[in-house]
Design a protein around this ligand. Structure first.
Ligand SMILES: *[C@@H]1O[C@H](CO)[C@@H](O)[C@H](O)[C@H]1NC(C)=O
Length: 364
């Protein structure tokens, strides 16, 4: 029973445990990608012929090497191993005890594409550590002890992950020049709204930003206007207002679950006409957010675990039958104090399939 409770608490806290990365899967993707771009950079695959008779005579100690991949995960490295081959494309240092990245730790590793430093004890990164990393696309620094965003990040990085560090401040232009950044994970850091300086995300055209499990009390309004997916679950946001999403016209998926939201101002979602999925479960809403019927592409809305005590017949679907709305595939309303038998069946006239609605202890 105690174990069960503990598991429940863990689930509620969304304490995502560290999940190791499968480096070989990455390598497959990398090879496919390189094959695709082979025509453009034909001078780069000269050395591919050597792969078959690869010898790992120069593999760093306590690491496993295969062609262009160096894996030193799950050992007891306390610093970056020496003599990493210069043709290394993927360097995996997950789950070690590395505390610091020094100036010359990656010197000469100009071909790196993926650098996985997840689950170490890194609190310090030298400002020049990532110099000459023109090819680095994936930089994973989640589950470390960083208190700030490293400076001089590799210019062509596509994915940056800082999940679960101790970052409490994002200074202005922290990600300056990272034009290719698509994924920025900042979740599980002690970030409050005041810690995000105005202009922190200047110049980015990021598609996904994650700031779940932080200390936000309102929706940050200065994120890149390009985002299509925003995860702000498990914060302390208390309300949703018209200004909140004005910039984020391309948003398709919005995560606001497990906050303290009491109200959604009418018109808040009007500026995100492409939205497909909204998570508002586990908040303090007393009613269904207004005007959902006008959201043409909205297909999933999660409202379970709120204080909703009545649901009107036009709360989800357009009033005028001529308005074309994509059918919902998911509406969740369970764990609300509404009397489910009072909800008129026509309320769900724009839902596809019988399993689209999750009410109380039955499914419509
Ligand atoms: C919300 O705003 C829309 C459009 O301005 C309006 O038609 C609708 O009646 C409003 N709903 C509520 C609940 O105020």
């Amino acid at each position: 029973m105690r174990v069960f409770l503990l598991l429940c608490l863990l689930a509620i806290g969304n304490a995502k445990p560290y999940e190791p990365i499968n480096v070989m899967e990455f390598m497959k993707n990398y090879d496919i990608m390189m094959a695709d771009s082979a025509d453009e950079e034909s001078d780069e695959d000269d050395d591919d012929d050597n792969d078959d008779n690869y010898e790992d005579g120069n593999c760093p100690s306590d690491c496993r090497c295969s062609p262009r991949v160096v894996q030193c995960s799950d050992k007891s490295h306390i610093s970056i191993p020496e003599k990493i081959p210069e043709d290394t494309v993927i360097l995996d240092l997950q789950n070690n005890y590395i505390t610091e990245i020094k100036e010359n730790d990656f010197k000469g590793l100009n071909k790196l594409h993926g650098l996985f430093l997840i689950h170490n004890k890194i609190s310090k990164i030298h400002p020049k550590a990532f110099r000459n990393m023109e090819h680095l696309r994936l930089l994973y620094l989640s589950y470390n002890h960083l208190t700030e965003i490293p400076v001089n990040l590799p210019p062509n990085v596509i994915e940056l992950r800082f999940h679960e560090n101790k970052i409490n401040k994002i200074p202005k232009e922290a990600f300056k020049g990272l034009r290719k950044l698509h994924v920025l994970e900042l979740g599980a850091n002690p970030l409050a709204n005041a810690g995000i300086e105005f202009g922190a995300f200047n110049g980015l055209s990021t598609l996904y930003i994650g700031i779940a499990e932080a200390k936000l009390t309102t929706v940050p309004k200065d994120l890149p206007s390009s985002i299509t997916e925003l995860s702000l679950d498990y914060n302390k946001i208390t309300k949703v207002e018209i200004e909140d999403f004005k910039r984020y016209k391309n948003l398709q998926r919005l995560g606001l679950g497990f906050n303290q939201i009491k109200s959604v101002e009418n018109g808040s979602f009007a500026s995100i006409p492409s939205i497909r999925q909204i998570h508002l479960d586990h908040n303090r809403l007393k009613k269904v957010p207004p005007n959902l019927g006008s959201m043409r592409y909205l297909q999933m809305i999660y409202l379970h675990g709120n204080n909703i005590n009545s649901v009107g017949v036009n709360d989800f679907c357009p009033m005028e039958p001529s308005f074309k709305k994509n059918l919902y595939t998911g509406i969740s309303l369970f764990a609300n104090p509404v009397k489910y038998w009072d909800i008129q069946p026509a309320t769900f006239r724009c839902v596809s399939g019988r399993r689209g609605v999750q009410l109380g202890n039955f499914r419509k």
